[in-house]
Design a protein around this ligand. Structure first.
Ligand code: FES
Length: 494
């Protein structure tokens, strides 16, 4: 038996192993050495972020599930008490933040909130600049410390986010300012995809965010983009339905062209040099089997193929002399690896850098491309076809307004004006779940207008005030806040 040192294991295997670790252990691994740090900051390990749960010691990293239960009233009130205790202590200017010994009564609550705040800040400053483009879900539900500024920073650093849960937080309309400012730029520059503005958002939960008003809905509607004419829309919906019928597959990473496992349908991506690149060396393909639902895997695959190229030129022959450093590593030092401009890349390219292959930052002949898959849509990321061939929902040029879930339960400041904003620009063709319980100021007319722009709405998941004789009155569900002690309802106390 010949023992193998862990450092000799292939990158794919190490990544697979790290995938079993929780966030705290991943952070510890990143402190071992530079190679482990690179491994631990791989995007696919950080798709789903639960900072509030992590602060309590729960290492949850799985995708958010439909079956996630609402906590009971006592638990929510306890969280509110913690938040109030911290606020009271934090606002006392004479108290040293590091000394809570004098506050015996609330010290536990205060330190719990402090832990959460520290973790959130650390995540925004250190983690998201490195892996933000791979993040799909951020759950901040019941956070006592999540501020509008933090949400703004998260949205700016995670342009591909699809799931955002801000239930029962104290955020205001300003949390979504980045959406508005970016969308304004889009109108002027027509380059939304490079800026990112949560336009892939599918799930937005604002339940219990009492400071939210029509302004947020206006910004959200603008950020989701403008729907193309109906013929295009039909085609996009058809394509989405087709994708939904094929089940997602787990990631499987293989070297060389091993036979596909029987009965499984994988998407394979083979990285090779484009014709005319000037390097006559034969290509020995490495194949990574990828989850078609998670095109960010492709970025990981390319990134690691590039890194491997430094030590194993036979596997990936794209180096043309000069330095073998990757532009991504430069960008990581600058803490914004996926927001590099073309001019930046060209500048460093001439200085001898190897293009990293990221769809967002590589151009030119040396850029890898996929061997299989449908052709790129016009205007896609130059030289990198995989991002648009493996999943319609991730196509950078899609204008689908993909929001499927929206909860404004308890947002009592929302009025018909906000609902009208959502129904404009093509409506919400994918919306299935809409919760307007406790929205005391909306009327039948406002509801009617929005519902007419939501053809996929499921009446079982459509909630609004029982006192309104609105659309689908016989089949829609009623107000969910009747028995709720902490969210607005016109019948609370009855
Ligand atoms: Fe009217 Fe709850 S808001 S019944």
């Amino acid at each position: 038996w010949d023992p193998t040192h862990i450092s000799q294991l292939p990158t794919e295997t190490l990544l697979r192993l790290l995938g079993y670790l929780g966030p705290a252990d991943l952070c510890r691994c990143s402190q071992v050495c530079s190679r482990w740090a690179q491994l631990a900051w791989t995007g696919s390990l950080w798709r789903h972020l639960y900072p509030v749960r992590w602060a309590t010691g729960d290492d949850h990293l799985a995708p958010p599930g439909e079956g996630d239960q609402e906590p009971n009233e006592d638990w929510v009130k306890n969280r509110q008490h913690e938040g109030r205790a911290y606020q009271y202590w934090d606002e006392d200017a004479d108290v040293d933040e590091s000394d809570v010994s004098g506050l015996v009564e609330n010290s536990w609550a205060i330190s719990a909130v402090q832990r959460e705040k520290k973790l959130l800040k650390g995540m925004i400053q250190n983690l998201l600049p490195a892996v933000g483009s791979s993040v799909r879900s951020v759950v901040l539900a019941y956070s006592s410390t999540a501020s509008s500024k933090m949400v703004r920073q998260i949205l700016a650093l995670c342009p591909n986010i699809t799931h955002l849960d801000l239930t029962q937080t104290h955020i205001t309309d300003s949390a979504f300012d980045c959406m508005m400012s970016l969308s304004d730029l889009v109108v002027r520059l027509s380059s939304w995809s490079s800026l990112g503005a949560s336009r892939f958002l599918e799930h937005l939960d604002l339940s219990g965010c009492e400071k939210i008003s029509d302004q947020t809905l206006k910004k959200l509607s603008v950020a989701l983009g403008h729907l193309p004419p109906s013929t295009h829309l039909d085609r996009l919906l058809e394509r989405r339905a087709r994708l939904l019928r094929s089940p997602p597959l787990p990631i499987a990473l293989l070297d060389d062209c091993s036979p596909w496992p029987a009965g499984r349908q994988h998407r394979a991506v083979v990285f090779k040099r484009r014709p005319g690149g000037g390097d006559p060396a034969p290509v020995v393909p490495r194949v990574w089997l990828l989850d078609p639902w998670e095109p960010a895997d492709i970025e990981d695959a390319v990134e690691w193929s590039r890194r491997r190229a430094d030590s194993d030129r036979s596997s990936f022959t794209t180096l043309e002399g000069g330095s073998s450093s990757c532009c991504c590593r430069r960008s990581r030092r600058r803490a914004h690896r996926t927001t590099l401009s073309t001019s930046f890349l060209r500048r460093y390219g001439t200085a001898g850098d190897v293009p990293c292959g990221h769809s967002s930052c590589c151009l030119g002949d040396a850029t890898p491309r996929t061997k299989t898959g449908a052709p790129c849509e016009p205007g896609g990321a130059a030289g990198f076809q995989s991002s648009c061939s493996l999943g319609g929902r991730w196509s950078r040029d899609a204008h689908t307004r993909p929001l499927r879930f929206l909860s404004l339960s308890g947002c009592y400041q929302v009025t018909d004006t906000g609902l009208r904003a959502l129904s404009q620009r093509g409506g919400l063709p994918s919306l299935e779940h809409l919760n307007l319980s406790g929205c005391l100021l909306v009327t039948e007319a406002g509801l009617q207008e929005l519902v007419s722009a939501c053809p996929a709405l499921n009446d079982q998941h459509f909630y609004y005030c029982d006192n309104i004789d609105g659309p689908h009155a016989d089949t829609a569900s009623g107000c969910q806040n009747l028995q709720c002690g902490f969210r607005a309802c016109c019948r609370s106390g009855e």
